[in-house]
Design a protein around this ligand. Structure first.
Ligand code: ADP
Ligand code: MG
Length: 245
């Protein structure tokens, strides 16, 4: 039996009476990859934010490392930033900092590493994503794929327990998509616990231990990739997996 890294129970989220998450229950197992697919507006980003407490749910429970986050105070939650990594569609790098500085900033501020230690660790993670040779470069000189790989190194440098990706390749040119997916695939092979929202169906099929298909604020189908891709129950799932070439 695998241990749960994150468990959600009946998680709901509403914005001004509009219920966007309508009761999500399930778990992300340690060292596994949960991939979330589904149409635009179905609630995927809202669910990631609720799971990571970036934007707490309106009701329901989120358990992370045995701790009920929905019962925690703000102060209890302040350590979460170290344990949960986020990679967004638009990279969110600091434009006036070098690649190396982008990666060392968190470890220096939050983990209180010395500059020397932070630099050393940052170079390790930059190597891991194939960006060590760009350590002195500024983000605006990089391609989208390179920026996203730096963003991944930055998240890794905090040594998170779980990494969340919200459509990490959606803002990239097709030629940049592959290099970013390869990095995420490598992390999956290294048993990083991850939750990935993506529209890349081939990739989802390859890296996922479990797939959730969301529609209209609900998970309407859940399964391992073999089942989802060969024997989908829902017609919406069928439409999604037809994108696999
Ligand atoms: P997805 O990521 O699947 O495209 P989202 O989680 O971004 O979907 O959005 C789900 C729904 O919630 C959408 O209808 C969106 O307009 C709404 N929504 C998301 N964030 C907010 C917000 N901060 N305020 C109001 N409505 C929101
Ligand atoms: Mg989204």
């Amino acid at each position: 039996m695998t241990k749960a890294a994150i468990t959600v129970k009946n998680v709901k989220k509403e914005f001004k009476g509009n219920e966007v998450l309508k009761g999500i229950t399930g778990e992300v197992a340690e060292s596994q990859v949960l991939t979330i697919i589904g149409p635009s507006g179905s609630g995927k980003s809202t669910l990631l934010r609720a799971m990571s407490q970036l934007d707490a749910p309106s009701s329901g429970t989120v358990i992370f490392e045995g701790e009920d986050l929905t019962k925690s105070t703000k102060k209890d939650l302040s350590h979460l930033g170290e344990k949960i990594g986020m990679v967004f569609q638009n990279f969110n790098l600091f434009p006036n900092q070098t690649v190396l500085q982008n990666v060392t900033l968190g470890p220096i501020r939050v983990k209180k590493l010395s500059l020397e230690q932070a630099n050393q660790e940052a170079m390790f993670y930059l190597k891991q994503v194939g960006m060590a040779d760009k350590a002195a470069a500024y983000p605006n000189s990089l391609s989208g794929g390179q920026k996203q790989r730096v963003a991944i190194a930055r998240a890794l440098a905090m040594q998170p327990k779980v990494l969340f990706f919200d459509e990490p390749t959606s803002a990239l040119d097709p030629e940049n998509v592959k290099e970013v997916l390869k990095v995420i695939q490598k992390l999956a092979a290294e048993k990083m616990t991850m939750v990935v929202v993506t529209h890349e169906m081939n990739f989802a099929k390859k890296i996922s231990d479990k797939i959730w298909l969301m529609d209209n604020g609900k998970v309407i189908e859940e399964g391992d990739p073999q089942t989802i891709f060969t024997n989908p129950k829902e017609s919406l799932t069928k439409r999604f997996i037809e994108q696999v070439v």
